[in-house]
Design a protein around this ligand. Structure first.
Ligand code: FAD
Length: 311
């Protein structure tokens, strides 16, 4: 890795790989820094059916492979490293500190660190991922046509996704650990009026069981009683955590959950720092809008570089 680049792309999920494609085609002096294998959360995705251009659908692994090869055709430069701290350096060259001691500076930075779905950490959860355990209703609902599924959670996302799931599933049981939902009243009212949605209150799921795929959930009620619920799918919708360690959250004016607000050009509150994908403050977190924001961010970075040369 060099000491300095015109553009650093931080993170190699769909947002970063799309930014990488645009940066490489624009012949910017760039590097994409990724701490693991490129692909991000898509590598956790068994099957992707909602990314345009692939009418038969494809595995998450294949989609990532195609995105990476596409960008590499234009000489995308990928370096494997973990960025531990980003110093915006008062709007001058931004400095990224790397695990192990090194550092790299840049004129423009696109933050594509992504986010991680919160997990329950209960027996069966990891083993059944992609076999009935899902973290995204919008992504996976059509796979559960005419089946009984459970939704775990009580916030806006959980209840809206439960409502969306009723378009496909025969029945949706929402399991919530309290006796009332956190979702806004209007969202609650719509869910309560939906005949396909049932609620189990004051309960938590203690384990997920099934031979090859999810077959049942074991529940513990707050009063100590236990029960079993037969379902073919379970959507764990208990929030998403941004991968924002080491980012200058105050200067980026991060929201109360730590996500980064951007404008329509993917520009953050710090000049020359753009953000794209799931790390951004927004309602919908999907591959397609992450990729779109990555592309837009590079165009903003190019404009910033041109303007800086003029002044
Ligand atoms: C199980 C599951 C299934 C899903 N299914 C679908 C689906 O079918 N369709 C759909 O549209 N969406 C789906 N999604 C959502 C989709 O995967 C995300 O919206 C998308 O991956 C976001 O892309 P991103 O590039 O913003 O972030 P991510 O995919 O989270 O990638 C971020 C990358 O940044 C890297 N990174 C983070 N911090 C650092 C650091 N400090 N230094 C270096 N690298 C760093 C990470 O290693 C990671 O590779 C699914 C999500 C999950 C969890």
């Amino acid at each position: 890795m060099k000491d300095h680049y015109e553009l650093v792309i931080l993170g190699g999920g769909p947002a970063g790989l799309s930014a990488g494609l645009y940066a490489a085609r624009a012949r910017l002096d760039h590097v994409l820094i990724e701490k693991g294998a490129p692909g991000g959360q898509v590598l956790l995705t068994d099957w992707v059916d909602n990314y345009p251009g692939f009418p038969e659908g494809l595995t998450g692994f294949d989609l990532v492979e195609k995105m990476t090869q596409h960008a590499k055709r234009f000489d995308l430069n990928i370096e494997l490293a973990c960025v531990t701290k980003v110093d915006p350096n008062n709007g001058r060259q931004k400095i990224l500190h790397l695990e192990g001691g090194g550092q790299v500076s840049c004129d423009t930075l696109i933050i594509c660190n992504g986010a991680s779905a919160n997990t329950l950490n209960i027996p069966g959860e990891m083993e059944m991922r992609g076999k009935g355990v899902s973290y995204c209703g919008t992504c996976d609902a059509p796979f559960y046509r005419n089946m009984h599924v459970a939704v775990i959670g009580g916030g806006n996302t959980a209840i809206q996704e439960a409502e969306y799931l009723t378009k496909f599933a025969s029945k949706v049981t929402v399991i919530h650990r309290r006796e009332e939902l956190r979702a806004t009243k209007i969202i609650q009212e719509i869910a309560f009026a939906n005949e396909k949605i049932e609620f189990i209150w004051n309960s938590r799921v203690t384990s997920i069981e099934g031979e090859k795929e999810v077959e049942r959930l074991n529940l513990l009620n707050n009063d100590g009683t236990t029960s079993t619920l037969d379902v073919q799918g379970v959507f764990i919708l208990i929030g998403v955590t941004p991968n924002n360690d080491g980012l200058p959250l105050e200067q980026l004016e991060a929201d109360k959950w730590g996500f980064i607000p951007i404008d329509g050009e993917s520009q953050t509150a710090i000049p020359g720092i753009m953000a794209a994908g799931d790390i951004c403050s927004k309602d919908v977190r999907q591959i397609v809008n992450a990729a779109g924001e990555g592309a837009v961010a590079v165009l903003a970075a190019e404009r910033f570089l041109q303007d800086s040369k003029k002044s």
